[in-house]
Design a protein around this ligand. Sequence first.
Ligand SMILES: *Cc1c(COP(=O)(O)O)cnc(C)c1O
Length: 298
Amino acid sequence: MSLQINNSPTTCFKFNQQLFYLKRDDLLSPISGNKARKLYYYLINEFININTIISYGGDQSNYMYALSILAKIKGWQFIYYTRKNSATALNNVSGNLALSLNNGMQLISIENDFKNFCNELSIKSLQNQLVLSQGGFDKNAKYGLYQLAQEIRNWAKMMDFAKLSIFVASGTGTTAFYLQKFLPEFTLYTTNCIGNKEYLSGQFAILAAHGKKSLNYPIILDNQKYRFAVPNLQLNDLINQIMLASQVEFDLIYDPIGWKLLLDNISQINQPILYLHCGGVNGNVTMQKRYEYKFKAK
Ligand SMILES: *Cc1c(COP(=O)(O)O)cnc(C)c1O
């Protein structure tokens, strides 16, 4: 299988008379988006003692789907734990869950004490098992994100940009944190799509504790309003406009919040602006179903 896990193209489009550059990591393959960067370390190295990946989280996670591809490439088993009765009923499997099961993922739902159960996974794991944290909150993500930072730096040099504002929507904050760390000459902006601002800065502090130097953290544009994966007509309208203007499909969970917060704060952000497209469009069918369910007959 041919891997295209770095050197994604950069394009641009105009929206409201403003020029936006797009780093098209969604075009990476077979794993797409920032998950390809975060799993780069595992993709390019050999792990002779490992034959099983263990992870956990939501049953429509983009990271889950990326892990199912990694497991397939490596010929490993993939065991994934999720909460009992989380979003999807098993007779209506679609999106990332359907794709992951199709790649051989074993899904196990945990009835009680999910958090505690997950915390113990790495302690109880065997030598042949690679336990990966929810959403890829993992210091080994830095290898692929270092490569991404180099690509952005080289592109900025080619464009003759001495300064650059970079925006990426955050879940665990891993992508934003390492990009800012590896691109100290540029300014990283992000927003909290999961949890509140304090949660996200806490994530940065945990990642910073792995390293030694004191660092600049990405600037968090505080999202106080929009909840993760909850359908919102205003956000839906905005992302449709962005997709029309750019002719690029975006993820319907992170990117609507990302674009909303970026545009709401645009007056305080210096040009040029590069938006990192983190992929995730395979999950869109499921989010579209949530929209239909919530807003049908209204
Ligand atoms: C995973 C993901 C993110 C968040 O990445 P983190 O490194 O966890 O902050 C953003 N956008 C999309 C589309 C993703 O799949």
